[in-house]
Design a protein around this ligand. Structure first.
Ligand SMILES: *Cc1c(COP(=O)(O)O)cnc(C)c1O
Length: 354
């Protein structure tokens, strides 16, 4: 850091994204991207004419896209705010509602702690249970912003909407922020709750189930008043936060719900296959409602597994930290990709236990 940087920013650690190395071709199972190309309609949504229009600013309100998202989720357009990835919306949310602190799991999405440090929000880490599940009773009456990755990452398990509703009812003067980045892979969404609870906001993304991680498009759905709070911050920080191409491709993606549901079902099937095969190799695999599995092996820690796979051209993710260092997080790709990964793991752990 230079000596010119404000101490409040120079003193904390930023989020470390999963690596995107360029030194060779890897099988990328480390950042929970989709193994599938975007839907054909999405690929066709951006024409040369649209590229020529890039001299013009985008619609700052994302009117068409917000209307389409609202129709899909059966809410009003003013209950939707689009963001430059859901990460941006999470940042606005911590700024808007974190004044009494924020509570989230001890093992969860690493960005939440970074956003607390960035925005001066006091973090309360709520330990997951011994089996790495969240327990809704741990979040009752906490009297602060509550942030639930649901399903949780990197553990893969989810609370039920009625448990989230219960948490919201017990914290009537604070917002419950539900990060549903992985909801399309088998969990129940909390979006239907936003019209019955004035303090629940859901954030989703096009990055995972819709295969558009490179587009940077997320959206928040909530009560109109809460969305208004987020919009105020958006208009202060980055009024043109969603570019023209993202609005076009996003609109096309919203129209391809059947296509993406089919892809998500394929991922879920491969996930179950992968979990079975990992268990057969001696891994412990946490139940997952996401497009990744979190697994550990008695013969080798997470870092050793990660390094051995990387040597074989396969990238997965591991996390330091007492409760996570035994594990690797493996993104679910195609059946062929997972079989390649499983074959490599068979060699690796076979060698380690001999
Ligand atoms: C991937 C992810 C996001 C962010 O996705 P964007 O690409 O910024 O939309 C948010 N929350 C969790 C838990 C994630 O895993």
């Amino acid at each position: 850091m230079s000596r010119f940087m404000a101490p409040r920013y120079s003193l904390f650690d930023s989020y470390v994204p999963g690596e995107q190395p360029q030194d060779r071709q890897y099988l990328k199972l480390n950042t929970n991207e989709s193994p599938f190309a975007p839907a054909p309609a999405v690929l066709k949504a951006i024409t040369a004419g649209h590229m020529a229009d890039l001299r013009l600013y985008p619609d700052p309100e994302c009117v068409q896209l917000s209307q389409a998202i609202a129709a899909l989720y059966q809410v009003k357009p003013e209950q939707v705010l689009c963001g430059n990835g859901s990460d941006e919306l999470l940042s606005f949310a911590f700024m808007a509602w974190g004044q009494h602190g924020a509570a989230f799991a001890d093992v969860t999405y690493g960005l939440y702690q970074v956003l607390c440090d960035l925005h001066g929000v006091k973090a309360r880490r709520v330990p997951l249970r011994d089996d790495y599940t969240m327990d809704d009773r741990d979040y009752l009456g906490l009297k602060q912003l509550i942030v639930l990755a649901n399903p949780n990452a990197p553990t893969g398990q989810a609370l039920l909407p009625r448990q989230v509703a219960h948490i919201a009812e017990s914290n009537p003067d604070h917002v419950v922020l539900v990060d549903e980045a992985y909801v399309d892979f088998g969990a129940d969404s909390c979006v239907p709750l936003v019209n019955r609870h004035e303090n629940i906001v859901v954030v989703q993304t096009m990055s995972k189930s819709r295969g558009l991680a490179g587009l940077r498009l997320g959206y928040a759905i909530g009560p109109t008043q809460l969305i208004r709070d987020l919009r105020k911050l958006k208009n202060a920080i980055n009024p043109y936060n969603v570019d023209r191409l993202a609005q076009l491709a996003g609109l096309a993606a919203v129209g391809e719900q059947d296509h993406y549901q089919m892809q998500a079902r394929a991922v879920m099937q491969v996930r179950e296959h992968t979990a079975r095969q990992l268990k057969a190799l001696g891994f412990t695999v946490l139940p997952s409602l996401t497009n990744f599995v979190f697994a550990k092996h008695p013969a080798m820690g997470g870092e050793a597994l990660y390094l051995a796979l990387k040597k074989r051209g396969i990238l997965v993710r591991y996390f330091g930290g007492e409760r996570t260092r035994a594990f690797v997080r493996i993104t679910i790709g195609t059946r062929e990709q997972m079989d390649e990964c499983l074959a490599a793991l068979k060699e690796i752990v076979g060698g380690a236990s001999r």
